[in-house]
Design a protein around this ligand. Structure first.
Ligand code: HEM
Length: 279
């Protein structure tokens, strides 16, 4: 597992790199790392296939895909899918959560309102003896604003690539067939003609603002829209719910690095205490 993690880190750094594939370049190292990851995962798939006759219920995504029985689901395709899923699981969603913690640590008013909203829900659920439901998640409007604002300001995925399949004209500019375009979300999300004080973490702006007018696209758009967008928001909401209702924390100084991928320079260290310990 450690080996897989190391290769993953090497692979992800090269996702945003100069397109020069020569030994020693970042892109080359990234592609080599991806090949090694594929080999490791395909070994796991083979072991799982060999054990499958004796196995009972599927325990993970690989078991499910093997169990599908389709000839099209080759070991190579399954391992490619697993690597694709590692990006949001190991990078995008953890970065979203980490950025939320950073922005909240720097905005006590937002943290207070988030805590209030989630404590109210927790008390209600405890009184009724119920666990959290989908409708509870949907009812946490300020929590959603915090996540939306973190996505806007954080720009976890800075942009996406598109290739013109025919000549296209965009606002008077011709994009010839075959050209690649990088759609840079960061420049839209931090545009002061679209957002007042765009560099300020302000979750309250989303009380009024429309998310569906093309000026907010952290999950891309069109046919390739991220299929995990609801899952990402749900995971972040569950994490924040438990963090603010059960713990307090003091954050250490840290800085956001935006290139090649978004991350915190020191991994955002925080000192956490359980609420009942310090009440
Ligand atoms: C904060 C979290 C996430 C962010 C910011 C994010 C962002 C994105 C973006 C910008 C794209 C490209 C969309 C486009 O080309 O228009 C994408 C694609 C994709 N995402 Fe996410 N994503 C996140 C979480 C997830 C999760 C949790 C999953 C699944 C478990 C997921 C699965 C995928 C897949 C499979 C694609 C490829 C879709 C395709 O090419 O058709 N993502 N994501």
């Amino acid at each position: 597992m450690q080996q897989l993690k190391q290769q993953f880190q090497e692979f992800i750094v090269g996702l945003m790199s100069l397109p020069i594939k020569l030994p020693g370049t970042r892109l080359y190292r990234s592609l080599q790392a991806k090949k090694k990851m594929a080999r490791l995962i395909q070994r796991i798939i083979r072991e799982k296939r060999a054990r499958r006759a004796a196995a009972s219920l599927p325990r993970d995504a690989i078991d499910m895909l093997i169990g599908d029985g389709s000839d099209e689901l080759t070991d190579e395709l399954i391992s490619d899918n697993m690597i694709d899923l590692m990006i949001p699981a190991e990078d995008s969603v953890p970065v979203l959560i980490t950025l939320a913690v950073k922005f909240l640590s720097e905005c006590p008013l937002a943290l207070h309102q988030l805590e209030e909203e989630n404590m109210q829900l927790k008390r209600r659920k405890t009184d009724m003896g119920e666990t959290l439901q989908w409708t509870d998640y949907m009812s946490l409007s300020f929590t959603q604003h915090v996540i939306t604002e973190t996505l806007r300001l954080g720009n976890i995925i800075g942009g996406i690539m598109r290739k013109a399949v025919r000549d296209v004209e965009v606002k008077g500019h011709l994009i010839p067939k075959g050209w690649c375009v990088f759609v840079y979300f960061r420049s839209v999300h931090l545009d002061d003609t679209l957002y007042d004080e765009p560099y300020k973490f302000n979750p309250w702006r989303w009380k009024e603002k429309d998310m569906s007018n093309g000026s907010f696209t952290p999950f891309g758009g069109g046919q390739r829209l991220c299929p995990g967008l609801d899952l990402a928001r749900l995971e972040a909401s569950i994490f924040l719910h438990h963090l603010v209702t059960s713990f307090r924390w003091v954050a250490e100084e840290d800085h956001i690095v935006n290139f090649p991928t978004v991350r915190l320079k020191r991994g955002m260290p925080i000192r956490v205490t359980a609420k009942e310990d310090d009440d």
